[in-house]
Design a protein around this ligand. Structure first.
Ligand code: C2E
Ligand code: CA
Ligand code: CA
Ligand code: CA
Length: 275
């Protein structure tokens, strides 16, 4: 740690250093991870607010390295984006998620997170086509989750890509809606089916401040105006369901319904939820 004036030790230097070392290690280990089979997917159900039907699941990536252990996607995905590896990793995620979804009992759909780097790679349409063909999944059962920043940076180039994906029959959602950009005008111009209400707005529903609570409602209204549907993310308490229902939100996802789980556990969960 560096010494600051009066002999104080700046404590924040240590964690910053650690993070640097950690990232360097991840950058070294990441190129091998795909070939070594260190990635897996877990799935989190999304239910309707009306009858509690599970209509789909979101696929979430996990990386387990023999020495580094389990690394959070929020940590390794930025590293994979920096070195471009997110493109082949993203292709693997698409293929794996589509294959799994073909096993689900009631034609549930699968939502796959797509990185901005992957969207702008020029390879996404091809990757999606390949995943659909290899798995035999009906295109209408695949949903791609995109972030606002990915859509706005180079909107003119993104639009043809989205239109081609839509033409394949794939659905498109905006993840973490409302946390990225303040501009709404792009929403009208892009072919989007669904907005995901960020967890921060969902959590704000539990606060006494009317202004905080109004954000989730605003997202639902925007979605309705543009004929999109909504998923509330990060729902940690069943007490939130009546409020979300009153707002006109369509679907919920979060620990209160189910934690993300491996493919086999999910199959059991789906069968039970059904019967
Ligand atoms: P996200 O897309 O917003 O995913 C939701 C995150 O919230 C997941 O974290 C999920 O496990 C967590 N979560 C779900 N329900 C609750 C809840 O009730 N409370 C709380 N506190 N958290 C909840 P996870 O799996 O760690 O993923 C973090 C982020 O990493 C994702 O955020 C997404 O941006 C990214 N990510 C994950 N998988 C992929 C992937 O395959 N490709 C890309 N490009 N990004 C991915
Ligand atoms: Ca997501
Ligand atoms: Ca999200
Ligand atoms: Ca997020």
């Amino acid at each position: 740690a560096k010494r600051a004036g009066e002999g104080h030790v700046r404590l924040f230097d240590a964690p910053m250093n650690l993070r640097f070392v950690e990232r360097a290690r991840l950058r070294q280990a990441l190129p091998e991870a795909l070939a070594r089979g260190e990635f897996s997917l877990v799935y989190q159900p999304q239910q309707t607010l009306g009858r509690g039907h599970t209509l789909g699941c979101e696929a979430l990536l996990r990386w387990q390295h023999p020495d580094l252990g389990l690394t959070a996607p929020e940590v390794f995905i930025p590293v994979a984006e920096d070195c471009g590896l997110i493109v082949p990793i993203g292709a693997w995620v698409l293929e794996q998620a589509c294959r799994q979804a073909t096993r689900w009992p009631d034609g549930q759909s699968v939502a796959v997170n797509v990185s901005a780097v992957q969207l702008h790679s020029g390879l996404l349409v091809q990757q999606v086509q390949h995943a659909l063909e290899a798995s035999g999944l009906a295109p209408g059962r695949l949903e791609l989750e995109l972030t606002e920043s990915a859509l706005i940076d180079g909107e003119e180039k993104v639009r043809p890509t989205l239109e081609r994906l839509r033409a394949l029959g794939v659905r498109l959602a905006i993840d973490d809606f409302g946390t990225g950009y303040s501009s709404l005008s792009y929403l009208q111009r892009l072919p989007i089916d669904r907005l995901k209400i960020d967890r921060s707005f969902v959590m704000a529903l539990t606060t006494p401040e009317a202004a905080d609570r109004s954000l989730a409602a605003a997202v639902v209204r925007i979605a309705r105006t543009l004929e999109m549907d909504t998923v509330a993310e990060g729902v940690e308490s069943l007490d939130l369901l009546p409020q979300l229902r009153a707002l006109g939100c369509d679907m919920v996802q979060g620990y209160a319904i189910a934690r993300p789980m491996p493919a086999d556990a999910l199959l059991d969960w789906l069968r039970q939820a059904r019967g």
